[in-house]
Design a protein around this ligand. Sequence first.
Ligand code: SF4
Ligand code: MG
Length: 314
Amino acid sequence: MSELVRAEQLTVAYAVQDGLFRRRIRAVDGVELGLARGEILGLVGESGCGKSTLGRAIVGLTLPSAGRVLLDGVPVPRRRPPGMRRRVQMIYQDPGSSLDPLRTVAQTLAEPLRKHSADQVAHRTRELLEMVGLGEEHLRARPRELSGGQRQRIAIARALAVAPDVLVADEAVASLDASVAGAVLNLLCELRERLNLTVLFISHDLAVVRRLCDRVAVMYLGRVVEEGPAAEVFAHPGHPYTRVLLDAVPSADRRRLGARALGEPPSPLHLPPGCRFHPRCPAAATRCGTAAPPEVRRDGHRVACHFAWQAQEV
Ligand code: SF4
Ligand code: MG
């Protein structure tokens, strides 16, 4: 599989008020991440770790302060030409607020197609509805007349209207009931097969990521601390943070539900020296508090930890 998207040393910083002072924090800090064409990559981590900011930078909704995004190996300019903008689309957690409440489904789907003739728009709109498992009877509906699952299907259809290569889904099923969420996940799988779509699936829900994704990247305080094939990361997590996250997932083979409470992550304004995870890490040793960990690689799986894959049972 060829690489379609790459984040290269991608950094997104912004200013925040810290008491009397304005200070800059790096929500995303030197991230390296690639997506192969047609794969679904899960991006996980606690809220505030920079997942959404990274997603927005890949879509082009947030400008990087350093580093860059490449599409098919070509660096994307800071101001994306429309042809490039079209190729990466985003869907959000709450389709209720991302859809215009006054517009009908037909108007919402026609909006990205305004350069086309009326006939083309009508044809494409029907095709999009069929792709997301809805029918023509929904064309005249407004968002409030649709269920949460139907609204998310419309948001997906709207994102697909311009035939993108990449979909960034930010907590796309988090606000849906389990059965509805399952149906939307099945839809994403079908669309990936049918359109050879590449998906960056941002989620705090590891059970969902395990079911859906080919690969997983784990973020902590702006950095990717572990990345690899999903089956491999779930079976042999190499980073203590990933192990803590997995321990909190209820499943048949992992019964230690919520075994360890980590407490709140440190503020990005006051990043710990050395390994950023060390104040909360059950495996931390003295050097973790002073030296940034190296990235250790093994068969397409990488882990940023001084003790990667060691101390499995800490
Ligand atoms: Fe824990 Fe040290 Fe590894 Fe950081 S480098 S995750 S503190 S063991
Ligand atoms: Mg978020």
